[in-house]
Design a protein around this ligand. Structure first.
Ligand code: HEC
Length: 168
């Protein structure tokens, strides 16, 4: 009985304090203010679980086809990915270092994600981050699959390859 009333009192205090904290302006939304470790950990887990759950679409073409990968490099260079993520031989724009969360190195991400997951993220973007959902600006699925094919191959793409594939 004692325990139950203690839990009840704590719940009432939380129900009053949390809205005051968040709606009263005490929570700091500044991008220069880092999350607590446990919040970052939870956000990471939530993001990964959500991507894994939603990324169900299958590629309509072979993503190992060199023509698809090379076309993907061109799409990648034309849609602004380089400003935030960089590319082989091309550095990201300075501002991207001030994004929070910061854009990851895609040649590392490529090793940890399936092409389906990369496709889904590029198509839909990631809420509360700077990662745009490219379908919202009319980028077609087949273009996004090419981008996913290229990103997946990034660990083995040389600067010379990237330069040749993106030359006009
Ligand atoms: C305005 C900056 C910006 C642009 C432009 C941008 N991204 Fe991102 N991207 C981000 C940020 C920030 C994250 C990290 C989000 C996070 O950590 O939750 C991210 C994450 C990702 C991820 C990893 C998601 C995961 O599985 O964890 C992939 C893949 C990705 N971007 C691909 C792309 C591609 C391809 C393009 C171009 C078509 C692109 N991004 C354009 C900012 C950007």
């Amino acid at each position: 009985m004692r325990l139950l009333s203690a839990i009840g009192i704590l719940a009432i205090i939380a129900a009053i304090a949390l809205p005051i904290f968040f709606f009263g302006g005490f929570y700091n939304v500044a991008a220069t203010d880092q999350h607590f470790g446990i919040v970052s950990w939870a956000l990471d887990r939530v993001r990964m679980a959500s991507i894994t759950h939603h990324a169900a679409e299958k590629p309509p073409v072979s993503l190992d086809d060199p023509a698809v990968v090379q076309a993907g490099a061109k799409e990648f260079s034309e849609h602004g990915c380089v400003s935030c993520h960089g590319a082989p031989g091309a550095t990201w724009a300075k501002f991207s270092e001030a994004l929070y969360p910061s854009p990851p190195d895609l040649s590392e991400i490529a090793k940890e994600r399936t092409p389906e997951q990369i496709f889904w993220v590029v198509k839909h973007g990631l809420k509360f981050t700077g990662m745009p959902g490219f379908s919202a600006i009319g980028v077609k699925d087949d273009e996004i699959w090419k981008i996913a094919a290229f990103v997946k191959k990034l660990p083995s793409v040389s600067e010379a390859d990237y330069k040749a594939w993106t030359a006009r």
